[in-house]
Design a protein around this ligand. Sequence first.
Ligand SMILES: NC(=O)CC[C@H](N)C(=O)O
Length: 242
Amino acid sequence: MTEMTRVATEAPAARRSRMPNPRIGVLALQGDVREHELALHDGGADVVKVRRPSELDDVDGLVIPGGESTAIDKLARAFGMMDPLRAKIAQGFPVYGSCAGMILLADRVADPARDGLGQPQQTFGGIDMTVRRNAFGRQVDSFETEVPMPVLSRISGQSSAGDADAVRAVFIRAPWVESIGEGVEILASVPEPHHEGPGSDAGVARIVAVRSGNLLATSFHPEVTGERRIHRLFIDMIRGEA
Ligand SMILES: NC(=O)CC[C@H](N)C(=O)O
């Protein structure tokens, strides 16, 4: 066996033995924290709630839940989380964001909400992408559909869809990714469903899941349909196995 193949075959096992159960935080400022805790737990992680900057140093990765990105932004600033989390992300800290969490991982928001002083909402950023909030329409336009996601075919665990490489996905006032920079991988797209209102462009493919290095983001909520493989993918990323 050459030195190269020995390193290639032994490294993942060595990493696994160092990190049997990664400890993953769920940012517990606002949103569907409990559902993510359950999904991570089912995936084999130790799970803790994270609210304070010091707690970031006790976890191997972080999930930013769905909810309301403007509320999470305001609370993150109030709790002094904004700059410490930005710094961790810049150092390669693994983070998965769903829905509002996707918005908070975007470097740019196409239509940011503004506060009373006209200041746009802020994000932690890290993924070189522009997201559009509430892009699929309002609450009444929320929908559920099966989304092909080929990356999941090699992830073991509970699937919510009939198809091995698809996910049953719930979109609730969901964002889509309008543009991506270099180094951002598209993991899933869906055809835009018809909805009333300006800008509806039924049938156009919209990006709804991306990965950039150690950062993962989905427009939809896998945590509410019993889907577990996206959380497993994130756990594998933390272990250095995906
Ligand atoms: N389900 C969700 O997380 C909705 C996200 C919400 N529209 C926002 O802008 O934060």
